[in-house]
Structure formats: structure tokens, C-alpha cells
Design a protein around this ligand. Structure first.
Ligand SMILES: Nc1ncnc2c1ncn2[C@@H]1O[C@H](COP(=O)(O)OP(=O)(O)OP(=O)(O)O)[C@@H](O)[C@H]1O
Ligand SMILES: [Mg+2]
Length: 621
């Protein structure tokens, strides 16, 4: 097993070990620690690279810090005592240049290595996050807003990236630099070094005072930015509504408000940074003045060499920079932990709909499914206190075509979501050919059950890609054949590049009916044994609908088919029609039987006939 695999296994195990009750108790420290540990787990495979980075840093900094020391030797041992040998000075200059080159090379390697490692870690986290999110059940998406998930995948991971590429570097590099500077200072003159350390407690107090202010400013700026992004994204996708309702001015005003808040937050953040940096500068200069005063007096009293004073002044100048950096990066680190926690919260959420455990898994060949479907005393509700179904029973025979009509909100789409296992039933069971669908691996189930939804979703990509859903084992010829079969050919041939026309986001360049035709072709290609159409022909004109109906009749031969429709003409020829109301099946039978029964369906039919077209959009129940 490779390091990467081992690490992944570690993190997966960590994930499994997460104690759910702890999460629920919202034990913040526990969460912070666990999430930090989990994220650091991603760095494990790169531990040798980190050792390399550490060594490069050490060499780079040492080369940097030796430079003042060399000048000190030149001044004290040669210039000041008039023992100048040109040859030796040239030698010193060469060493100085050599050190500068060494510092350059190692800093360069260290930076590149760190960027490479940091970016690889974040790319791994992003990949895991995306994979994890795509495995989540629908209930997860009911709870987490798409906008915040996008922020998690993009900006939270970016923050973590800056942790690995900047914060960690600063902690390593600046920390080492500080230690080395102190070491060199004590090496030169312990008394003077002791004096310089007096400023340390002052620095600590200033840093502590600024810490909260900087953190709050930083977090505020980030929150404002994400709100601005969310507002912009929502407005862009709802632009047609804004224009249709003439809300441009109002939205402009709201945007201005958000933009202003963002501006203010950024200015406050920048101002805090400037105040903080300048305070450090003042402290640095004060220390410098002190050094010149104390050191100058010592030089005059001849108890200190000029070269030592020069080196000291150089070190004091360099002393404040790493402290400043560490304090700043420490604040970034605090925000990183928040991002880590948010990402970990997602990674540690288990999908509610899980694949069956190995002891109950039933292997089924999707091609050999007969298509018998049984809803057995099914109870379900999206929310605990709002049941949609209570002990619902429904049995479909292999190859049967069942039409479902009913009021808006009666639970028709919910029934289909349950059959697809987008949600799990609360009580009872759903079986396909006698096997509980919870015992069928999800990828098998989704090859058995094919669904065309009310609003077909197309991805950005070509028509062909959309028909075969990016699967390379389906040939171009098969995809084109399916399009011809459902009558999408004329529409596609009118497009500029035919089958290779690239669709924009969500297929927005096509009409709703055209999108539906493509989703029909998709289902024909995949040939599921159970076919479900949820209001799938609602957007087609009657001529196209007729074409699709004919195609469907052929496709649905020998397959169990469920057709949900408000238009009665779509379901009239079904083997059986169910009428649903408030989560219950209130009538069932063939069209003739239901009309003869003089119930709700007969009423609907009557209304539709009077309106000139058999339709179910009039009131029901
Ligand atoms: N994700 C959800 N979370 C909470 N409640 C939901 C969710 N989806 C649907 N509902 C509720 O469940 C009920 C049934 O909805 P469903 O979508 O199944 O109706 P439907 O019969 O398909 O209606 P329509 O004919 O309008 O498509 C509705 O009251 C709806 O508000
Ligand atoms: Mg519906």
C-alpha cells in the first residue's frame, strides 16, 4: 500500500471513529482538535518533503545570518586594526557572495517544494471533499445550502492552502530565524544580547493586545466577502426574474449595501494591519536606538568592537521581522482552524442512505431484473413531525405500465425519490423482485431504475456527452441512435455543431422541451429495467409529445414503467392508473374503470373534456 493510500485509510478510519454524540454536543475544542488532526493527516505522505523544506530553510537562513558576522570580522579583525590584507578581504567578499547565492538557492528550493506540497495537499482535500459530497444523500442537500458548499470547496480549501504554503512556512522559517538570531547575538556579546531581550515581553504584550483585533477584522472581512459572493451568484442565476419584475434598482441598492460593508470590512482589516505593523516598527526602532546608545557608549569606552556593534544592529533589524510575521500568521492560523472545522464537519458526516453491509448485500444483475415493485407498509416524512406517507402499500407487476395522477404536493415525486433511494423509508420496505432496495448496492439500483424528472438537468458539455452522461463505454453511434429514436434528431441537426454542440451551464441554450428530449435519449441509451417519468412530457408540444409517446411505448415494452402526469392524455393508456391525494392512493383502475367509478378521476376527465383537452391541471379533491 502506498503512503497516500495508507494516509487515506487513516483519515477514513478517523472519520469512522468520530463520535457522533460529541459532534452533536458541539464540543468546540474537541472539534477543532479532531479537524486539525484530520487535516494534518493529509500532510503525512509528504513528511519527507517537509524534512527537506526544514533543511533548506535552515541552510538558507544560516547563510543569511552569517553575512553580518562576516562584515563584523572584516571590520574588527582587519579594517579597525589596520591589518588589511587585500587578499583576505577579497576572500571574505567571495564568501559573502557565496553565502548570498546559497541563501538564494535554498530559499528557492524550499519555496518550490512547499508550494508543490501545499497545493498537492489541498488538491487531495478538495478531491475527497467533492467525492464525499457527491456520495451524500438528498437529505444532506436539504440541510446544506449549495452556496455554502461551493464556499467550502473553493474558499475554505484555499484558506487551508495558505496554511500549508504560508503559515507553516512562517512558523518553521521565522521560528528558526528567531532562534538563530538570538544565538548569534549571545555569541557576539551576552550582555548586549541580554539587553535586547528586554523588548521581548513588550512585544508579547503588544501582540496579545492586537491579536483579537486582527482576528476579528480578518473574520469580518471574510464573512462580508462570502456574503457578497453569495448575493452576486444568486442574482446572476435569477437575473431573468429580477428583470421581469423590474427589480434592478432595488437589487442595485442591496448590492451597493453589501459592497459597502465589504469595503468597510477590508479597510478596517487593512488599517488594523498597518497599525500593528507600524507599532512593531516603532518597537524595532526603539530597540535600535537603545542598541546604538548602549553599544555606542561601550564602543567609546572601548569595551566593545565596532564590528560587533554593526552586527548587532543588523541582527536587531532582522529580529523584528520574524516576530511580526509569526504574529500575523498566527492570526491566519486561527481562521484556518475555522475552515478546517467546516470542512471536517462535512467529511465526517456519514451519508444517511448507505450501501448495504456485506452480510446483507444482494447481488442482482440489472439486465435480468423482472421489474416487480412492492411498497410494503411504507411510512416516510422529510421532517419528523410531517409524515407524507403512512403505511402505504403499492404493488407493481413486472412489465406493467402505471400512471399516477394527483394534486400538487400529494407525494408523487416523493414516491419516486424513495424508489430511487434518494431518501430511506422511516418504516416498512420497498422491494424490487422481492429484494429490499436497501440490500442492493446503490450503483446497481440506479442502473435498474431510470428516472426522467420534472426538470431535466443537463451539464456543460456536448449533446453526445449529455446523452451518454460522460460514459465512454457507450459509443457515439449508440447515443445518436437513441436521439433518433426519441425524435430529437431534427432539433439536434438544427444546432450549429449538431451532436457536438457544447451546451452552456444547465443546458440553458435549449428550450425546456429540447432539454427533455435529450433526457429521453439518455434513458433510452441506459435501458433501465424500471422506467420512471415524472412529469417528463409536460414541456413538449402535442406533436412532439406524440412522437415521444410512441418511442416510449416501444422502450417501455417489457419494462415496468411509472408515468406521473398532470395531463390525463399521457396516462390514459396505462395498464393501471393511481390517483393520489395527501400521501394516499385514493383510487385505482384502468381509465375505463375509473371513469365508470364516477370518482375523482372521472371528475377530472370530465373537466378536461370540457376544457377541450384531457388535462389534470384543474382542481383535484
Ligand atoms: N426536500 C423536501 N423537504 C421537505 N419537504 C418536502 C421536500 N420535498 C417535498 N416536500 C414536501 O412533500 C410533499 C410532497 O411533495 P412531492 O414533491 O412528492 O409532491 P408531488 O405530488 O410530486 O407534487 P407536484 O405535482 O407539484 O410535483 C409536499 O408537501 C412538499 O412540500
Ligand atoms: Mg412532483
Amino acid at each position: 500500500m502506498s503512503d497516500a493510500d495508507a494516509n487515506h485509510k487513516d483519515t477514513m478510519n478517523d472519520r469512522k471513529n468520530i463520535n457522533k454524540t460529541h459532534l452533536e454536543e458541539n464540543n468546540k475544542n474537541y472539534n477543532k482538535r479532531t479537524s486539525f488532526k484530520a487535516m494534518m493527516g493529509y500532510a503525512k505522505p509528504h513528511r519527507w518533503a517537509f524534512v527537506g523544506i526544514f533543511c533548506c530553510s535552515l541552510l538558507g537562513i544560516s547563510a543569511d545570518l552569517l553575512q553580518p558576522y562576516l562584515v563584523k570580522i572584516a571590520i574588527d579583525d582587519h579594517l579597525a586594526v589596520n591589518q588589511t590584507s587585500i587578499g583576505f578581504l577579497v576572500q571574505l567578499a567571495a564568501i559573502f557572495l557565496g553565502l548570498a547565492i546559497v541563501s538564494f538557492i535554498f530559499t528557492y528550493i524550499q519555496n518550490n517544494l512547499l508550494q508543490h506540497v501545499g497545493q498537492s495537499i489541498v488538491s487531495r482535500i478538495r478531491k475527497d471533499l467533492f467525492r464525499h459530497i457527491s456520495r451524500m444523500s438528498m437529505s444532506f442537500f436539504d440541510r446544506f445550502h449549495i452556496g455554502s458548499l461551493v464556499t467550502n470547496v473553493s474558499s475554505d480549501t484555499e484558506t487551508i492552502s495558505s496554511f500549508f504554503t504560508q503559515v507553516l512556512l512562517s512558523l518553521i522559517r521565522d521560528g528558526m530565524m528567531l532562534v538563530l538570531i538570538i544565538f548569534f547575538m549571545f555569541q557576539l556579546d551576552p550582555v548586549l544580547a541580554g539587553y535586547s531581550l528586554i523588548v521581548l515581553p513588550v512585544i508579547a504584550v503588544v501582540a496579545a493586545l492586537f491579536r483579537r483585533m486582527l482576528r476579528r477584522a480578518y473574520q469580518n472581512a471574510r464573512t462580508r466577502l462570502s456574503r457578497l459572493i453569495a448575493f452576486t451568484a444568486e442574482n446572476l442565476s435569477g437575473m431573468f426574474l429580477i428583470q421581469a419584475f423590474h427589480q434592478e434598482e432595488e437589487q442595485k441598492r442591496r448590492f451597493k449595501e453589501q459592497n459597502l460593508l465589504h469595503l468597510q470590512a477590508n479597510i478596517i482589516q487593512a488599517r488594523s494591519n498597518v497599525i500593528f505593523n507600524r507599532t512593531f516598527d516603532i518597537l524595532g526602532n526603539a530597540a535600535l536606538v537603545m542598541m546604538v546608545w548602549l553599544g555606542g557608549r561601550a564602543v567609546l569606552g572601548e569595551s566593545l568592537q565596532v564590528g560587533v556593534l554593526y552586527a548587532f544592529i543588523s541582527y536587531i533589524r532582522q529580529f523584528f521581522q520574524p516576530i511580526n510575521q509569526i504574529t500575523m500568521q498566527w492570526n491566519t492560523f486561527q481562521s484556518t482552524t475555522v475552515s478546517m472545522e467546516r470542512i471536517w464537519n462535512i467529511l465526517s458526516t456519514k451519508p444517511e442512505v448507505a450501501d448495504p453491509k456485506s452480510d446483507v448485500v444482494t447481488s442482482i444483475n440489472p439486465r435480468q431484473v423482472m421489474g416487480q415493485i412492492d411498497f410494503d407498509h411504507v411510512s416516510f416524512g422529510y421532517l419528523e413531525d410531517r409524515p407524507i406517507f403512512q403505511s402505504l402499500n403499492l404493488h407493481l407487476y413486472p412489465g406493467e405500465m402505471v400512471g399516477i395522477v394527483g394534486t400538487t404536493g400529494a407525494g408523487k415525486s416523493t414516491l419516486i425519490s424513495l424508489l430511487n433511494r434518494f431518501y430511506d423509508v422511516n418504516q416498512g420496505s420497498i422491494q424490487i423482485d422481492g429484494t429490499d432496495i436497501r440490500h442492493i448496492p446503490q450503483h446497481t439500483l440506479h442502473r435498474i431504475v431510470g428516472l426522467i424528472q420534472q426538470e431535466p438537468f443537463l451539464f456543460s458539455g456536448t449533446i453526445i456527452d449529455n446523452v451518454r452522461m460522460f460514459r465512454q463505454d457507450i459509443t457515439r453511434e449508440q447515443a445518436m441512435e437513441a436521439c433518433r429514436f426519441v425524435g430529437a434528431q431534427p432539433m439536434i441537426s438544427r444546432l450549429p455543431q449538431g451532436y457536438d454542440t457544447r451546451l452552456s451551464e444547465r443546458g440553458s441554450g435549449l428550450s425546456a422541451g429540447e432539454r427533455q428530449l435529450i433526457s429521453f435519449a439518455r434513458i433510452v441509451v441506459f435501458q433501465p429495467r424500471v422506467l420512471i417519468l415524472d412529469e417528463a412530457t409536460a414541456n413538449l408540444d402535442s406533436h412532439t409529445e406524440q412522437l415521444v409517446q410512441q418511442a416510449l411505448e416501444t422502450v417501455s415494452q417489457g419494462r415496468t414503467t411509472i408515468v406521473i402526469a398532470h395531463r390525463l392524455s399521457t396516462v390514459m393508456h396505462a395498464d393501471r392508473i393511481l390517483v393520489m391525494e395527501q400521501g394516499a392512493i385514493v383510487e385505482e383502475g384502468t381509465h375505463q374503470e375509473l371513469v365508470a367509478a364516477q370518482g375523482i378521476y372521472a371528475d377530472l376527465y370530465q373537466h378536461a373534456r370540457e376544457a377541450g383537452k384531457p388535462s389534470c391541471t384543474t382542481k383535484l379533491g
